[in-house]
Design a protein around this ligand. Structure first.
Ligand SMILES: [Zn+2]
Length: 289
């Protein structure tokens, strides 16, 4: 597995041979030859990945604004003159889709069906302009461009109801969208923990070595397992409390202490409180209480 830190986008400027200057909010990494990931460094935004081929470029997630998307486009133009052919939105969240307009001349913008519906719904609700996907699928879709054959898979509800991840068997790489956060406490606001764990088990079973997460730096298969362990531990501790008939305030105090022992170094530990509430509500509902 090779990782090359190439240049910082977001604002890493090269000043006539003077080298990089300015603070960065995203950094470009070459996960594999011709597969680049712009890694959000803030813990708030999402990663964007692009694949350069001899027949054009594929972009997975367009980041949270036109300005951020322009930085992705700038990085693409440093790598190739080929047109952007496919845009893929891994799920509906704004930090993954708001830059779509910058790539609206591409051949297709692809999403899972429920992600498309949510993108449109959220934009209408917030009276916000959006460039929505124009190609949606239910369970699986395969696209080929140049020598790259991508399998787009909807594993069922996970981080959101309409997630997809991308598997390229030939290169043994997974581009996970929001299903994997690397060393960052995940956002669970639109999630189903139980089926998210199933999605991670499905991904663990794939023959992949390089994992490009939706949030955090590129890694190997252990980052899928780490994500699964976080959700499984959250599930176990909350269910232990439910078994003992504990109320939500007591559960929050107990589970937070348990999680702190292992996950306090992850970014956004402040999300743990809402994660515990989410788990308490999900598993209480599952018990019919
Ligand atoms: Zn998300």
């Amino acid at each position: 597995m090779r990782f090359f830190k190439c240049l910082c986008a977001g604002f890493l400027l090269w000043m006539s041979g003077a080298g990089p200057v300015a603070a960065q909010d995203a950094e470009l990494t070459e996960a594999l030859p011709n597969i680049f990931c712009m890694v959000d460094r803030t813990g708030n935004g999402a990663n964007s990945t692009f694949i350069t081929t001899q027949e054009g470029v594929i972009v997975i997630d367009t980041r949270g604004s036109d300005q951020e998307a322009e930085q992705v486009l700038k990085a693409i133009r440093k790598a190739t003159d080929q047109p952007v052919v496919y845009i893929i939105n891994s799920h509906f969240h704004k930090e993954n889709t708001s830059g779509n307009a910058v790539f609206k001349s591409s051949h297709s913008i692809i999403a899972q069906k429920r992600a498309l519906a949510m993108i449109v719904l959220e934009a209408e609700r917030e009276k916000r302009a959006i460039t929505p996907p124009n190609l949606a699928f239910e369970k699986k879709l395969e696209i080929k461009l140049g020598k790259y054959h991508l399998k787009l898979i909807h594993p069922g509800p996970a981080h959101t109801d309409g997630d997809l991840y991308i598997y390229i068997p030939k290169w043994r790489i997974l581009i996970t969208g929001g299903i994997v956060f690397n060393q960052i406490i995940p956002f669970l606001g639109d999630s189903n923990i139980e089926s998210w764990i199933h999605a991670l088990v499905e991904m663990e079973d794939l023959d992949a070595e390089v994992i490009v997460p939706g949030h955090g730096p590129v890694g190997g298969k252990p980052i899928v397992t780490q994500m699964k362990h976080y959700l499984m531990e959250l599930k176990r501790y909350v269910n232990d409390q439910l078994d003992d008939g504990k109320n939500l305030p007591d559960t929050m105090i107990f589970v937070k202490e348990k999680l702190k022992a292992k996950y306090s170094s992850w970014k956004h530990f402040d999300r743990v409180d809402e994660n515990i509430v989410h788990a308490y509500v999900e598993y209480s509902a599952q018990r019919g209480t």
